[in-house]
Design a protein around this ligand. Structure first.
Ligand code: SF4
Ligand code: ZN
Ligand code: ZN
Length: 309
């Protein structure tokens, strides 16, 4: 298959990717420029940030977050990488992830900030979850990562955090929230979570790219990334939702994109209305971070852990 853009200019160049739902075959050069233009368009459409903002890019060492850092850097944004080292020893996961992020930061010549969970809190994420009697390591991990991100933004003066969530993540999350009718989560799911109550704005510039597109961008740009996912993700239910959507996408190309875009247009405004009356935040009595309870869930978890040790 040949590149559609090269073809329109009378050239024959082999395509490196075929984007089925856009019926678009592109060569390496045109795929990179298409990908970066789309990223820019999403940032503008949702007014995520501007060239005046310092953008904190949350990087895990995976293909999505490193691709995001590269695309934003190339688009001329002032980016800073931020990595949370979770202390996961299985497969040497955390050590390797950190190393990959550091190498990438060096490659693009941008600073990388690292928060080491074991050094700061004294435990790895698995120890925290186990000690607090929680089986769902991923949900504990999500809470801690959000907390740490907000804390760092507050201390270092960042107003925007960008994450590498892609369309596969967003549509799977949407399906999971819809199946459970999680009104609160449905009302909050959006490419931009506005800055409020001391929380930084959280943005997802890759939310309309499929995983195939982000992985292709990483490969054509020679990004070295963690190919093995996190060992704790083995049991994640999100995988099941991704599988179901992949099946639908195979039969009906464009399903994921339609599902997510139509939700943003028609579904979310209904749930958002319900949400407005909720959420009164105050300061955590222990750490001072915004929370709905007197003591935030991270402080509660750490306190529980200390009581048990
Ligand atoms: Fe954290 Fe779970 Fe993701 Fe691993 S898979 S980084 S434990 S949320
Ligand atoms: Zn081309
Ligand atoms: Zn707290």
């Amino acid at each position: 298959m040949n590149c559609k853009i090269c073809k329109s200019k009378g050239k024959r160049t082999k395509a490196v990717i075929y984007i089925r739902h856009h019926r678009l075959a592109l060569c390496e050069e045109h795929f990179i420029s298409w990908f970066e233009k789309q990223t820019q368009r999403t940032i503008k459409t949702f007014r995520m940030f501007s060239k005046k903002d310092k953008v904190l890019v949350a990087v895990s060492g995976g293909k999505d977050s490193l691709s995001l850092w590269l695309a934003l850097h190339r688009l001329g944004y002032e980016t800073y990488g931020f990595h949370v080292s979770l202390g996961i020893e299985e497969w040497e996961f955390s050590r390797k992830s950190l190393e990959i992020c550091q190498k990438f930061a060096e490659r693009i010549g941008r600073p990388l900030m690292v928060f080491n969970l074991r050094e700061e809190f004294g435990y790895s994420i698995n120890e925290i979850a186990k000690g607090a009697g929680r089986k769902d390591v991923c949900s504990v991990c999500g809470t801690f990562k959000r907390y740490i991100m907000n804390k760092v933004c507050r201390e270092k003066g960042f107003k925007v955090v960008a994450t590498g969530h892609n369309l596969d993540d967003e549509s799977a999350l949407l399906l999971s929230n819809t199946i459970r009718w999680e009104i609160g989560y449905l009302g909050r799911q959006h490419p931009v979570l506005p800055e409020s109550n001391g929380f930084a704005r959280r943005v997802k510039p890759f939310c309309f790219f499929t995983e195939k597109e982000t992985v292709s961008y990483a490969i054509v740009n020679g990004i070295e990334y963690m190919e093995t996912g996190c060992p704790n993700a083995k049991e994640a239910t999100s995988k099941l939702f991704k599988k179901a959507l992949a099946m639908l996408e195979h039969e009906m190309p464009g399903t994921k994109l339609r599902f997510y875009k139509e939700f943003l247009k028609k579904g979310r405004p209904l749930f958002e209305r319900e949400l407005k009356e909720q959420l009164v935040l105050k300061e955590c009595e222990v750490c001072g971070m915004p929370t709905t309870a007197p003591v935030c869930s991270v402080c509660r978890t750490l306190m529980k852990l200390k009581e048990r040790c």
